[in-house]
Every structure is written in C-alpha cells, then in structure tokens.
Design a protein around this ligand. Structure first.
Ligand SMILES: [Zn+2]
Length: 368
C-alpha cells in the first residue's frame, strides 16, 4: 500500500513538473526582500575568519561564535550561515555576485550607502542628486508605485521596512502605497490580534535606535499583512546586518544574517500554504550596498570604502530557471532589479521609465 501511494505521489509530482516546465513561466506575485549591507563575501563563503575575533569583530565569546558558524570548508560555512538560501533558493533558482568566480553585481551610484542604493534598486537608475540619507522626498518614480497603477495591481502593493527613511525613498505621499517603517504603528484597521500585539511590542520595547525598528517586528508585521491583505508585490526590508557591522559587532551581524534567512524560510512556507500564492510567487533577494574588507573596512561602506560597490542578487519562483549559483556571467547592476520585478510579472517597467536599466534576462527578463 505504501509503495503504491509513493508511486502515485511520484507520478503526480512528475506530471505537475512537466506541466510547469511546458507552461509559459510568469509570476502572479513577487516578494522583494532586502538585507541591508550584507556582504557578498559572507553570502558565498560564510563567516570570515578574520572577523571571528575580539579585536576586529568586537566578539566577546569568540569560541562560542566559532562553534556556531565556523567550518574549514567554505561550502559548509555558507550553508551554516544561510541554510535556506543555499539549500532551497539556490537549487531552485539563481544567485549572482560571487566575484571570486566571475559573477559580479555592482552598485552603480558611486556612493555605496543606503538611500542612493535603495533609490537605484527601486527606481531602476542611479541618481547623482541623491547624496545623503536625509529624509527628503525622492523625486524619482519607483517600481512599487508604478505597479500599483497597473491593472490588477491597484491597492495590492505594500512595503514593510525596518528603516524609517523609506517613506521618503518611496515618496509615500505621491506613491499612494502603504509604507510601514521604523516604529510607526500598524494602522490598516481593523487590526488583527497579531497586529495589535505587534503594535504593543513596538510601543513597549527597547528602541535601541529611534530610526530603525528590530527586524523581527518588521518581518512579522509584513507576514501578517501578506495573509490579511494579499498584496501582489510585497517589499520587506531588514536592517540588523548593517547595524551590527556599523557597531563592530560581528556576532550581531552574523546572527542578523541568519535570522533573515530563517525569515525567508517562514515567508516561503507561508506563501506555499496560500491559495493564489503557492507556485505562482517569485522571490527576489538583494541588498543596498556591500562593505569593505577585514579587519576594519567591513564596518563601513561608501565611496571611500573599496569593495562596497559589490553586491549580490538571488531569485527563485516562476520564470526563474533553476541554474543555481551563477559563475562567469556578465556583470549585473543594482539598477536592473526594478525592471526585473516587473518582468517577472510579465510587465515592462521601462516603457514607462525609459532611464531604468534592463531586466536581468536570466531571471525572467524575456528580452524586455
Ligand atoms: Zn544600507
């Protein structure tokens, strides 16, 4: 009986994968997930030996952190740090940015810090006028606001971000999409019991930074909104990695990176349990900038920090061929992400915003 069941299940899985590979590949929904200033070096090689230290990494208990994250084998090390990325996303999708193996993804704004990076990523082009992280409303359009005006997407685009500058980067008043950022309470009434709890936690918890909310609050607020409001483009932006590096706490940096990976796993499992999302949702994962090298450069980033122009991009889902870790590719740019999001949904962002860079062909670009 068990053998028969296994055979039937196997046949079902085989036939559905044949149908899927023969069907036109296009996503119905996209989740964009960013992890602020997570270096490509950790993405592709896991914890950095030079930073598992008190001196360079600000680590109190070096031995405990080594126990947690170290292996002499770089392949094993990156799996320990980012298990969902390496065990699920990469085999089912693609990952670009391993500069050691001929795949570079570059930030092109020349500034290599957050606002210019998120502008490049979301507008689709670098803009010299954006030269600070100050709370100025962005003059540029962005792919979220554009998508919110397309048929079938109206009112179905939202952003949840740890950093409170995003309402300005996305120009929330003009864009007309909900952008929940920083310690701003959730206000899409009537609130669910979980949303009430998240608001209570935001009110009654330690605000280590006034401008940045803890990643767990941002993530679970976004996850609840996903199930409640069913957005077709959801942007989730985490910040703990950047905060850990700037404060020279390599332990916080690594733990934030692994938590982000865990959140991706929870997000993906939730999507696969939802009608209208299972099998029809693409995931795009990226960052806003790189950082410098050990022993000191890793803490910062900017036009004066060599290496902080290098980043990485991962994707999986409908329209993304399962090509795994990419090596020896053309150089990609951060500015390609905006049009790639549209392209995964079968839409052409560049028809409206011609200065935007072309979508990444290998992940659903379809030559648009
Ligand atoms: Zn940043």
């Amino acid at each position: 009986m068990r053998i028969v069941l296994v055979t039937v299940l196997g046949a079902l899985m085989l036939s559905s994968s044949i149908v899927r590979s023969g069907a036109p590949q296009q996503a119905e929904n996209v989740v964009l997930f960013t992890v602020d200033g997570l270096r490509w070096q950790e993405v592709f090689a896991g914890a950095d030996a030079a930073l598992l230290s008190e001196e360079a990494g600000g680590v109190d208990d070096v031995e405990a952190l080594r126990q947690e994250f170290w292996s002499d084998d770089a392949d094993q090390r990156r799996r320990v740090l980012l298990p969902f990325l390496w065990e699920v996303v990469v085999p089912a999708g693609q990952l670009f940015g391993n500069a050691w193996r001929g795949s570079e993804v570059r930030v092109t704004n020349g500034r290599n810090f957050s606002y210019p990076g998120y502008n490049e990523l979301l507008a689709g082009f670098a803009d010299d006028r954006i030269d600070s992280n100050a709370k100025n409303l962005n003059p540029n359009p962005n792919v979220l606001e554009w998508l919110n005006r397309q048929a079938g997407f109206e009112g179905r685009v939202a952003a949840f971000t740890a950093w409170d500058v995003f309402p300005f980067i996305l120009n929330e008043p003009r864009a007309g999409i909900p952008v929940n950022s920083g310690w701003e309470p959730l206000d899409d009434v009537p609130l669910t019991p979980r949303q009430e709890l998240i608001n209570q936690l935001m009110r009654n918890s330690l605000h280590e930074s006034e401008g940045v909310r803890s990643d767990e609050l941002t993530f679970f607020a976004a996850l609840e909104y996903l199930q409640k409001a069913r957005p077709r483009l959801l942007f989730i932006s985490l910040d703990g990695t950047d905060a850990g590096a700037h404060s020279r706490r390599y332990d916080n940096y690594l733990h934030s990176a692994r938590l982000g990976d865990e959140y991706l796993k929870i997000l993906w499992q939730t999507l696969q349990s939802m009608d209208g999302y299972a099998g029809t949702t693409a995931l795009l994962i990226a960052t806003d900038h790189g950082r410098g090298d050990a022993p000191d450069g890793w803490r910062g980033h900017g036009d004066d920090v060599p290496g902080s122009e290098l980043m990485w991009i991962a994707a999986m889902g409908p329209g993304v061929a399962a090509l795994g870790e990419r090596t020896d590719t053309d150089t990609l740019t951060q500015s390609q992400i905006a049009a790639t999001i549209a392209s995964l949904l079968g839409l052409d962002y560049r028809a409206a915003v011609p200065e935007a860079a072309a979508p990444i062909e290998q992940i659903g670009g379809h030559g648009r």
